[in-house]
Each structure stands twice: as C-alpha cells, then as structure tokens.
Design a protein around this ligand. Sequence first.
Ligand code: HAM
Length: 418
Amino acid sequence: MIQLIRGFKDILPGEVELWQHIEKTAATLFEEFGFSEIRIPIMEKTELFARSIGEDTDIVEKEMYTFPDRKGDLLTLRPEATASVVRAYIQHRLYAQDPVRKFYTIGPMFRRERPQKGRYRQFYQINAEIFGVASPLVDAELIFLLVTLCERLKVTDVAAHINSLGCPACRPDFKQALSVFLAGKTALLCSDCDRRRDRNPLRVLDCKVPACREAMIDAPSLHDYLCAACRAHFETVKATLDRLGVAYRVDKRLVRGLDYYTRTTFEIQTGALGAQSAVAGGGRYDGLVQALGGPDQPAIGFAIGFDRLVEIVGLNPADLVRPPDLFMAALGEKSQQMAFDWMCALGRQGVRAEIDYGDRSLKSQMKRADKLSARYVLIIGEQEAAQGKATLRNMATRDQLEIPLERLVEAVRETIQP
Ligand code: HAM
C-alpha cells in the first residue's frame, strides 16, 4: 500500500474542524484590523527565496524542495510566504495607490527538515505582513494581534519574546565584534556553528547545543551596538506594548533563521511543544522590498506555525463538529425514495439531513442516527406512508410529532430551525 511521504500528513475529519475554526478566527481578527487576504502560488523561482531568505541560512542551504522543471528552470516549493508577498507587492505595484498595505495569507509551506513533534516537511502557516509603515507602532500592533489571537483561541502557556537586530548602519560593527569573539571559541563550538562563524555569526547566538550556549555566555551583546535610531525604535515598541498591557520578554539571543530581518524581531514561544517552542515568529524587513527591485518601503510581518497552534489550542475538536440536524429512518422502497428527495430539498434550504441509503431495519437505522448524534429523527415506514404522515422525534427530549407528508419539508424546517 502506498503511504504518505515522511514529514507530510493528512488532516482528517475530527481534527479538520479545529483547523477550520482557527482559520476563521484568524481571518476575522485580521479583517477587524484592516488586513486583506492575498493568495500566492505554492512554487516560485528558486532565486526569489535564495535572495530573500539568504544563501547562508539553513532553509536555503539544505531544506528547500528545489528541482528543475522540464525546461530546466530552477523552481522551489515555497519554504515561507514573505518572499512571495513581497514579490507580489512589487510585481503588481500594490504600493502605487497607497504604499501602506496589510495582507494575510494562509497555506502550506515546505521544508525538508528532520520530522519530529511540531516539525513537518509540509506544514501550514498563517502569515500577516504590513508594508509602508516605518513607525514602531505597527511592530507593537502585530505582537498585540498575535497575543489577541492566542486569547481568542484559548491558548495558554505562551509568551512573547522580542529583540532588536539593528540595521545596516549598526549591525556590521556588532557582527565584526562577534566574529572576533567567536574566533577565540572555535574549539568549543558545534560543527554547524563553527561553519556559521564567518558567514552568519549571528546564528551562533541562538544555537541550542549546550556547549555553544556555554561558550556564548559572555559574548558581546547586540544591544550595546544599536545605533540611536534603532535604540529609540525598540524603546517605543516596548513602551507601546506596556501601554497595551502585552506581557513580553526581551530576549537578546532571538536572531531568527532568515536573513532579511532588521530591527524588531519577535516570537511567541510555548513550553508545551518540547524542542519546537516557537509557535509564531516574525520581524521587520525594511530593506527587502528594495533589495528585490521595488520601492524603498519598510515592511514587517509574522508567520504562525498553524500545525503547532493546533496542538496547543484549548479547544476540543468534538465541540466544533456539526452533527446532522435530521436523520431519516425510512422503510420500504417508496419511503426511501421520498426520504431521499426530502434530504435534497432540505439540504438546499440549509438543513443538514442524512438518510441510510441502504434497506436496513428500523433498529439499525436508529442505531446509526444515535452514532451520528442526529438532533432529530424522522421515521417513515410503509404504514406511515400509506397514512400520509411521518413521525418526527426530538432525540434530546424524546418528544414526538406527527407530520403530514404533503408539507413535510416546510414542517420539518419550521420545527428544526424555528
Ligand atoms: P519562521 O520562523 O521560519 O519564519 O517560521 C514561522 C513559524 O512557522 C515558526 O515559528 C513555526 O511555528 C512554524 N514552522 C517553521 N518550520 C516549521 C516546520 N518544519 N514544521 C512546523 N512548523 C514550522 C518565517 O517563515 C517568516 N516568513 C515569518 C515572517 C513573516 N517574518 C516576516 N513576515
């Protein structure tokens, strides 16, 4: 039997209701905050991701699903959505009327990582991106949005972590200082960090290997190198979060795994998912729009790991399943045919009705109605059909009602959806 690809998964009925609920809750919240949905393709030219995320990142170096198409063009299944949203913003001149735009997008991403709890090769993200606003107010707004979404979804055990990564004016000095520091630690670092040391020294800061953590204890701090503008920006983000009553922790090691970030970065972290603690991550990427050939517009956004969010929401998918409004237990060919026609007519009017399709005993049909948790059951046997009426039973109260066949659809609808 052919099985799923490793790291991929099916989202089956019984859990998909939770996904639908989260999706609706997020879309409603985004729309309340002035975001519009944007849908972007699942594949792009490889170059788009290589240039945006950065050639020296783990994602681009070893995790992308990249292949030549039949004409030899290199294509990649998207490992994230930000690069594509930026491409669309530039390509369709979405900045022309008003450079300030707020977008959200929800869909699958692909990274060839080692699968484990909370980490998949096809996973889903809920993304939000804001273009055209340099003010630190939007940094706080996005963190506020994430926290509010967690509240609406009854997610507890989460904390917002924030940091500033500086800008092209101040980060090079820090990188330089960090490289010098790391040169004295080579013997202590893991092989990945030893490799990253020259090309991407910032990544060493958030390595989870204990020996690297130990070696980095007295590493220089980025915050000592921030320029006055970056410092002021970060102070306003923090003051705004304080005003909004959003709890956060400043985490100087939060450097994120993508190269496009400037200034504010943030994550929502949880203790409930073991090693995969980041439920959402994001930050500013003020230089990316221009670097990809667009106008000089600042931008900021985040992505929520949908799969991880599903695992920590305090909701029971069973409570979100809509049981049938009505099950029709029909006996005999004529009754079964009528029940089928009524099911179609009721469905057209928004009543979720079910029939048995087969020709089974009343007892087994009633058993099935119970199993489906149908709210009402309509019983129509040969005798009832001959007398021109059927019995409608409320399964919670056990009350019964006789319904004349000639106006059955209307009468059932009135009783079920008063
Ligand atoms: P990211 O940190 O790479 O950022 O991913 C965001 C979130 O996606 C993570 O916090 C995690 O919850 C989830 N995630 C990542 N990889 C996996 C995986 N293999 N399995 C399950 N969940 C995963 C970005 O992607 C940026 N584009 C975020 C952003 C938007 N920055 C600005 N705008």
